[in-house]
Design a binder for this molecule. Structure first.
Ligand code: C2E
Ligand code: CA
Ligand code: CA
Length: 518
């Protein structure tokens, strides 16, 4: 039982550690997943916002360009002022250039000119209705990248409007710098890209990493790439921390729950509550008349999973766990419950042997408990005999007044397992004991080991001289019974008479040993 106790506490510990680890893993993963999901949602929102913003910008630009398209039919002188003021009032526009016969002839910034568009921006394809290019700078702002856009005039071959607009990623840089999961954005036109990584144009192959999100605008050949961090240190730390805290909490909780459910101490209380204990009765017969004079009550524990647990194990254990008092009170309760039926087969004055563990004997509540037990039995019917082992008397000299009190209250006392303890003979004189139960070890030896018989003989002589009534335990054979009867033992108990029986069986019990002995 004790090794079981330790293995149980190890089980509790292992179980709780496992539960803690499992919960830590689950919660950590859940937290990872949640923050991953949240970040994905933020990426989606940001890329959609960027696209919507840029698409509306370019659609507005297209609208204002459309109003400039008729100007290509006029001379630069006629339209220049108008062109300049339109450029001034268009957001981010550096310059509008009017193109006729593939030649730029008028600029909102510099006035009349005569440069073929192919020379100005070689990458632009004037045969397309709309084309774009990224420029490292423009003549006025040579170090500030710009977007060049070509809008072909659908009615005039080789004619159209060309414009350069500011491209400034600083706001995005500021935005993404504040969000630690965003690494940056890049604007891509053709093979060229401008990213928040640097303020110079780069080839798209020189962009760092793969984009988390990428989108191309509806009407213009411009792609936006969004770069993001797979995991941020903060998120990893938070998930680890969250997992750790949840794991510790779960481990502690399961330790608490498992200790309550599995701890053997509590198991005894649970077993009492769930009625797993029951009692059996073993008849004790008068050695001379071979008639039943009483019974010894023995406790049994039928555990739902471990089966029958021997009383030696659970009694000792209950004592170690300081649960012997509730256990004995439960025993009293079980006896009290059976008493009315016992009364039908046991005559008035029949002895009811009850084992009392030393732990209970010296408990504060002992006297009250005994009084209540006595009161729970049918009045004046049973003679309760408390079976107390030799060892308890040696240890407890104060037992003398207690024994006096018990006898005064009408209880009788038997020394149980006599002969197995240390030299208790001296205390036999000191205490008044009613019965002496000779341990079955002596009885067992009868007929097999001649040496023991003289010892038993001496014990019996001593008992007689002390005026004590003797009970022989563990009588298993007719030979043992015969020897004991010859030597004047008063009562016999053992398998030869009967094994301990549950109440139902005991009520129907018919002795058959008498016939054998005759
Ligand atoms: P015990 O008080 O000496 O009880 C007698 C034991 O001998 C019982 O074992 C009984 O079943 C067994 N026995 C009876 N006749 C024979 C026989 O002919 N041959 C053999 N080999 N054995 C026989 P059990 O019921 O296993 O109880 C063992 C011990 O546990 C008891 O020894 C007693 O010290 C303790 N115990 C049992 N029930 C209780 C109880 O309700 N309270 C307390 N405090 N102790 C109890
Ligand atoms: Ca006993
Ligand atoms: Ca005994």
């Amino acid at each position: 039982m004790f090794t079981r106790y330790f293995s149980t506490s190890r089980k509790v510990l292992t179980g709780s550690i496992l539960a803690g680890l499992l919960v830590a893993l689950l919660c950590g993963m859940l937290q990872f997943f949640l923050s991953y999901h949240k970040r994905e949602v933020r990426f989606d929102t940001l890329i959609v916002d960027l696209r919507v913003y840029m698409e509306s910008y370019f659609s507005e630009l297209k609208t204002s360009i459309d109003t400039l398209q008729p100007f290509i039919l006029d001379s630069c002188q006629e339209v220049r002022d108008e062109l300049t003021s339109r450029a001034a009032f268009s957001l981010n526009v550096r310059a509008f250039l009017l193109v006729k016969d593939n030649v730029a002839f008028c600029s909102s910034a510099t006035g009349a000119m005569n440069t073929p568009l192919a020379e100005l921006i070689p990458t632009l394809n004037v045969n397309k209705p709309i084309d774009m290019a990224l420029l490292p700078g423009t003549p006025m702002l040579p170090h500030n990248p710009a977007i060049a856009i070509w809008y072909q005039n659908p009615l005039v071959k080789g004619g159209g409007v060309f414009t350069s607009i500011n491209i400034n990623l600083t706001p995005y840089l500021l935005y993404t710098a504040r969000q630690d999961e965003f690494a940056g954005i890049a604007i891509i036109i053709g093979d060229t890209a401008l990213s928040t990584d640097s303020n110079r144009l780069v080839n798209i192959h020189d962009l760092h990493g793969t984009a988390t999100r990428s989108t191309t605008l509806k009407d213009v050949p411009l792609t936006i790439n969004l770069y993001g961090q797979a995991w941020t240190i903060d998120e990893i730390l938070f998930a680890l921390f969250f997992g750790l805290i949840s794991g510790i909490a779960a481990g502690t909780l399961s330790y608490y729950i498992l200790s309550i459910r599995l701890s053997p101490g509590k198991e005894i209380l649970t077993a009492i509550k769930q009625g797993q204990f029951y009692v059996v009765y073993q008849p004790v017969v008068d050695a001379a008349k071979l008639e039943m004079s009483g019974v010894e009550v023995l406790m049994r524990w039928k555990h739902p999973t471990m089966g029958e647990i021997p009383p030696d194990a659970f009694i000792n254990f209950a004592e170690a766990q300081k649960l012997i008092v509730p256990l004995t009170l439960h025993l009293f309760e079980l006896i009290g419950r059976d008493a009315p039926q016992l009364q039908t087969v046991l005559p008035a004055g029949a002895k009811l042997g009850v084992n009392i563990a030393p732990g209970h004997l010296h408990a504060d509540s002992f006297k009250d408990d005994m009084r209540q037990f006595g009161a729970s039995l049918p009045p004046d019917h049973f003679q309760v005999v408390l079976e107390i082992t030799e060892r308890d008397m040696i240890n407890q000299l104060e037992a003398a007044p207690l024994f006096e009190w018990l006898q005064h209250e009408g209880f009788e006392i038997a020394i149980d397992d006599f002969g197995t303890g240390h030299s208790a003979l001296i205390y036999l004189e000191r205490f008044t004991m009613d019965y002496l139960k000779i341990d079955r070890g002596f009885v067992n030896a009868i007929g097999t080991e001649t040496v023991t018989s003289p010892v038993l003989d001496a014990v019996l002589t001593l008992a007689r001289r002390l005026n004590m009534v003797t009970v022989a335990e563990g009588v298993e054979t007719p030979e043992q019974a015969a020897w004991l009867r010859e030597h004047g033992v008063n009562y016999l108990q053992g398998y030869w008479i009967s094994r301990p029986m549950p109440l139902g069986q005991f009520l129907k019990w018919q002795p058959d040993f008498v016939k054998d002995s005759e």
